[in-house]
Design a protein around this ligand. Structure first.
Ligand SMILES: NC(=O)c1ccc[n+]([C@@H]2O[C@H](COP(=O)([O-])OP(=O)(O)OC[C@H]3O[C@@H](n4cnc5c(N)ncnc54)[C@H](OP(=O)(O)O)[C@@H]3O)[C@@H](O)[C@H]2O)c1
Length: 287
C-alpha cells in the first residue's frame, strides 16, 4: 500500500484541530495526520458512538471530548465530519461557540454548500469545503477543495497540507466545480472497480482462472496509474507507447474506440455531476 511519507509541513502545523464526527473519513484523516507527524495531543474528536471514539483514542492517543462545544472552544481548525443529514443540527448546536472562537471551518459533508454552513454557524466565517474519496481510507485519496474568500493563504496552505496526508489535493476556483470533482474522483473509484469486474470476467472467458484474471487486472491498473503518475508523458502518449502497429493492444484499443468508450465516459460523468447538483438542491431544500 502506498501511504504518504512523513510530511515536513504537517510537522510545522502547530494549531489545535478538532473533529466533530469521528467516523470513517475522520478516522482516515486523523490517521494520515498522525503518520504525517502531527502530535496526537493537537487533535480533539467527538462522536455520538462513544465506544468508537474510545477506540480511536486508544489507537492514536488523541483527545476524546465529551461534547461538541468543548471541541470548538479548544481548536483553531474545526473539521465538520458528520453525515450531511445531521450537519445543520450540529452547526446550530455549536454556533455560539464558533462565533466566539472563529476557527477555520473545514466541511467534508457531501453536497452542503458553504452558504448554508456559514448561515447555520452565524455567518462571516472562513470555510473550506472538501470532496474526498474512499481511497483516502488507505491513504491514497484524491480530494477536491474549495475555499471561500474569507480563507487566508495561510489557512489554505494548512488545509492543503492536511488533506495531502490522505492523498492528492486539487483546488477548484468555483464551488460549483465540486460537482465535477464528485463525478470524476468522488464516484471515480467505482468506475475503476467496474473496469476490474469487466476485465476479470473477460479474462475468465479468455481462459484464465478468476483469481489469476483478477490479480493480473488489479496489478495492471496499479502499474498503469503508477506509470502515468511518474511519467512526463500524457496518457495518450503512454497508450501509444504500448501499441505497436498491427499488434494486440492496437486491436483492443480500436475495438474500444469503435464501441464508443469515450462517449460512454462522457455520458456517465455528466450524469453523475447532474445527480450531484440534484442532491445538493435536495439537501439545501430540506435544510
Ligand atoms: N466515506 C466517504 O468516502 C466520503 C467521501 C466523501 C465525503 N464524505 C463525507 O464525509 C462525511 C463523513 O462520512 P463518513 O463516511 O465518515 O460517515 P460516518 O462514518 O457515519 O461518520 C460520521 C460520524 O459522525 C457521528 N455523529 C453523528 N452526529 C453527531 C453529532 N451530533 N456530534 C458528533 N458526532 C456525530 C456519527 O455517529 P453515529 O454513527 O453514531 O451517528 C458517525 O460516527 C459525510 O458528510 C460524507 O458526506 C465521505
Amino acid at each position: 500500500m502506498c501511504l504518504p511519507a512523513i510530511n515536513g509541513e504537517l510537522m510545522n502545523l502547530t494549531q489545535k484541530i478538532s473533529f466533530i464526527g469521528a467516523g470513517n473519513m475522520a478516522t482516515s484523516i486523523i490517521g494520515g495526520l498522525i503518520r504525517g507527524g502531527i502530535s496526537p495531543t493537537q487533535l480533539n474528536a467527538t462522536n455520538v458512538d462513544k465506544d468508537q471514539l474510545a477506540r480511536l483514542q486508544a489507537e492514536h492517543g488523541i483527545n476524546a471530548l465529551d461534547d461538541n462545544i468543548s471541541a470548538v472552544a479548544d481548536c483553531d481548525i474545526l473539521f465538520l465530519s458528520v453525515k450531511p443529514q445531521v450537519l445543520r443540527s450540529v452547526c446550530e448546536e455549536i454556533r455560539d461557540a464558533v462565533q466566539q472562537r472563529r476557527p477555520l471551518i473545514i466541511s467534508i459533508a457531501a453536497g452542503i454548500q458553504i452558504s448554508s454552513i456559514d448561515a447555520w454557524l452565524g455567518g462571516n466565517l472562513a470555510i473550506v469545503r472538501c470532496m474526498p474519496n474512499t481511497p483516502a481510507l488507505v491513504g491514497v485519496g484524491a480530494s477536491g477543495l474549495y475555499a471561500n474568500p474569507l480563507v487566508t493563504e495561510t489557512q489554505k496552505a494548512a488545509a492543503e497540507t492536511m488533506f495531502q496526508a490522505i492523498g492528492l489535493t486539487e483546488w477548484v476556483s468555483e464551488e460549483k466545480d465540486l460537482h465535477a470533482v464528485t463525478a470524476v474522483s468522488g464516484s471515480g473509484p467505482a468506475y475503476f472497480f467496474l473496469i476490474l469486474e469487466a476485465m476479470e470476467a473477460a479474462g475468465v472467458r479468455a481462459g484464465l482462472s478468476a483469481a489469476t484474471a483478477r490479480r493480473l487486472s488489479m496489478q495492471t491498473m496499479l502499474g498503469a496509474a503508477t506509470m502515468a503518475l511518474q511519467s512526463d508523458d500524457d496518457p495518450a502518449t503512454l497508450k501509444r507507447k504500448v501499441m505497436s502497429p498491427g499488434g494486440t493492444t492496437e486491436r483492443a484499443i480500436e475495438s474500444f474506440e469503435k464501441d464508443g468508450l469515450r462517449e460512454m465516459f462522457d455520458r456517465a460523468i455528466k450524469a453523475a455531476a447532474k445527480r450531484s447538483e440534484e442532491l445538493a438542491q435536495q439537501l439545501g431544500a430540506s435544510s
